[in-house]
Design a protein around this ligand. Sequence first.
Ligand code: AVI
Length: 315
Amino acid sequence: MSSAAALASRADPAFRADVLAGLAMRPRAIPARWFYDLEGSRLFERITTLPGYYPTRVETALLKAHAREIGRIVGPGRAVVEFGSGSSLKTPHLLAAIRPAAYVPIDISGDFLRQSAAALASDFPHLPILPVEADFTGPVAAPRAIAGLPRLGFFPGSTIGNLVPRTAVNLLRAMVETLGTGAMLLIGVDRIKPVATLLAAYDEPEGVTAAFNLNLLHRINRELSGTIPVDAFRHAARWNDALARIEMHLEAIRPVAFTVDGVPFRMATGETIHTENSHKYGQRDARLLLSAGAWTPIREWTDPGDNFSLMLAEA
Ligand code: AVI
């Protein structure tokens, strides 16, 4: 077996299946979850520090400003369950304010999960931290140690926007199952705003989002023995007004032919691979989304520019 074939045979079979199916369909599309290999996760962390990428900055400011009030409504003694915890940078603000009984970060990337759990443990030495390596898009079995504790789900970052509404509703319902009755949910939701602001956040002059998007092609080449000439593609961010979302695409800038795990593909100039959706919600839309997901919104906080909202809901 050649070393390229050996690499491809060790690749995640779900990645291989999504890429081959996604490149064969029209329009071509690959699910955004495959952005997050180690390099993709690093690039995403850089995106969150960019001046034009307002969601992280605004949401963190909202959390800091309202943590005490959130703490009063939520009350002490809950297990905080964070979905897709990643590097957990916003979590300390919440944990410091609500005096939880335990913290359960759930993430599909075990390495990231362990690193951030260790970092939090030094700031909160008396808090039981119980990481769970799992795909949270379905119900997740909670650790035995939090049986009987009331729970607060934490889903910051407007990651809910990366799902089409139907899938977002299914996820919110799965969260009710994971968290149980009496649970609360604190969720970040990005707002609809002027298109220029949105495009500046997803196609910024620093080019980090472009590198994040193009890294998917590098990953395919690395892990699936792809022969994609990455320089034949450019990052494109577009506002789809009918569906209220930013779409990211990889657009061929010349005719291109390549193989992935030996399977041939051809793309014409201007053809794209759709790689991500980031839905934006008006105030009423966001409440409706939560209600459809079996959560009752009880309180929400937004910045003066109404760029982003932090919503608290109960099951
Ligand atoms: C993770 N997610 C909420 C980000 C977003 O804004 O949709 C992913 C991202 N894509 C490009 N920039 C950031």
